[in-house]
Design a protein around this ligand. Structure first.
Ligand SMILES: C[S@@+](CC[C@H](N)C(=O)[O-])C[C@H]1O[C@@H](n2cnc3c(N)ncnc32)[C@H](O)[C@@H]1O
Ligand code: SF4
Length: 369
């Protein structure tokens, strides 16, 4: 793979290789949070219909997914990423819909991985995928420069897994994908499990046993109320504290230090055989140090997973000078005061009292989780 230098934005020229490099000065939002991570959704379609994300009742055959002309091209996506990197972004996570369905995803990975931060480091490229196509793509993705992968896996039980993806996809193929990712060195591979009470919460300990000693980090995500599924209720959420209690009764857990920006609180099984994470987006929202910008494949910048407003960056692509695009992103980030996960926690109580939802939801498969 060719290691090309990042094409510098005029505002932040790349110093010559012999000079000391300078990291991009942090762009801070209204709450003092730096712009560090980009979640880039590269497609809004998916081959699964997870009941908690894209239920068939809502995302049927006639669902108006974005037409190819509405999706940003690879060149446009790269231009966007370059602008974000010029503003201090160090890590880009490709997501979707299902990112591996995007044609030529390997080449997009390669082009992003060739970019350099202001102080000359390679931009970290990661991906969140349902794993259905990973067994045959893991090696090529690694060769293209993908650093890490997170695979969604909600159950080891084939029947439960098929029912949750709702397209009868066998769990064995995703497990093969995880093995292929480990073998390709996409480490540490993370496995994400959305826990839904009464559906797959009995799978927590079997998943834990399965991944002990594998090097995989296993994370449990609280079931969030997002646009699409109609079956969400607070009673179907298993709070992380409860899950941690269940795991703690079976295994001694050592807490690990939380790093700024981490979405999960992390633990190690006392025998060192597995790292675990709990993502408490419902019970303990973590907006305070959120450094993530999200861009959907139609070129809209979402400053918070649950924000109702988004900024159209597409108008700054095309013939616009690159510094205009960077300036639009900078201004949007500097104006950002969003902390909707925290605010929603309060509004949820009002919702329970009134029986009517008091907060907006997000189309997860467009914004990318
Ligand atoms: C929208 S998916 C996109 C990437 C890929 N298709 C996948 O499933 O990994 C990104 C993440 O969002 C999570 N997600 C989707 N709906 C959710 C919900 N209602 N609550 C919590 N997490 C959810 C998925 O489990 C996944 O880890
Ligand atoms: S969670 Fe991922 S795999 Fe499941 S429907 Fe949503 S986008 Fe598809």
């Amino acid at each position: 793979m060719q290691a090309a230098l990042m094409q510098a934005l005029p505002a932040t020229p790349v110093p010559p290789a012999s000079a000391p490099h300078a990291a991009a000065p942090a762009v801070l939002d209204q709450l003092g949070r730096p712009l560090r991570d980009l979640r880039l959704s590269v497609i809004d379609q998916c081959n699964f219909r997870c009941t908690y994300c894209m239920p068939k009742s809502r995302f049927g055959r006639d669902y108006p997914f974005l037409a190819p002309a509405q999706r940003l091209s690879d060149d446009e996506l790269l231009r966007l990423v370059r602008a974000f990197v010029g503003l201090g972004v160090e890590k880009v996570r490709l997501t979707g819909g299902e990112p591996l369905l995007r044609k030529g995803i390997e080449s997009l990975v390669e082009r992003i991985a060739a970019l350099r931060t202001g102080d000359g480091r390679q931009v970290e490229v990661a991906m969140t995928t349902n794993g259905s196509l990973l067994a045959r793509k893991a090696r090529a993705l690694r060769d293209a420069g993908l650093g890490r992968v997170t695979v969604s896996l909600d159950s080891l039980d084939d029947g439960i897994f098929r029912a949750m993806n709702d397209v009868d996809f066998p769990v064995g193929r995703v497990l093969e994908g995880i093995d292929a990712a480990c073998a390709a060195g996409l480490a540490p591979v993370k496995v994400n499990c959305v826990v839904e009470r009464g559906t797959n919460d009995g799978q927590v300990l079997p998943l834990l046993e399965h991944f002990r000693g594998s090097g995989v980090t296993l994370r449990f995500i609280e079931y969030m109320d997002v646009e699409g599924p109609s079956g969400w209720s607070q009673s179907r959420v298993v709070p992380s504290d409860e899950l941690r209690g269940r795991v703690g009764r079976a295994h001694a857990l050592l807490p690990l230090a939380r790093r700024a920006g981490d979405t999960a609180s992390s633990f190690l099984l006392a025998d060192g055989s597995l790292k675990l994470g709990f993502i408490s987006s419902v019970s303990q929202p973590f907006c305070g140090d959120c450094t993530r910008a999200r861009v959907s494949v139609d070129g809209r910048l979402h400053l918070c997973l649950f924000a109702t407003r988004s900024v159209d960056l597409r108008q700054h692509l095309g013939a616009c000078p690159e510094q205009d695009l960077a300036e639009a992103i900078r201004q949007a980030w500097q104006a950002r005061g969003d902390r909707y996960s925290e605010l929603r926690a309060g509004l949820r109580a009002q919702t329970l009292a009134s029986g009517k939802r008091q907060y907006p939801t997000v189309r997860m498969s467009l914004v990318g989780g």
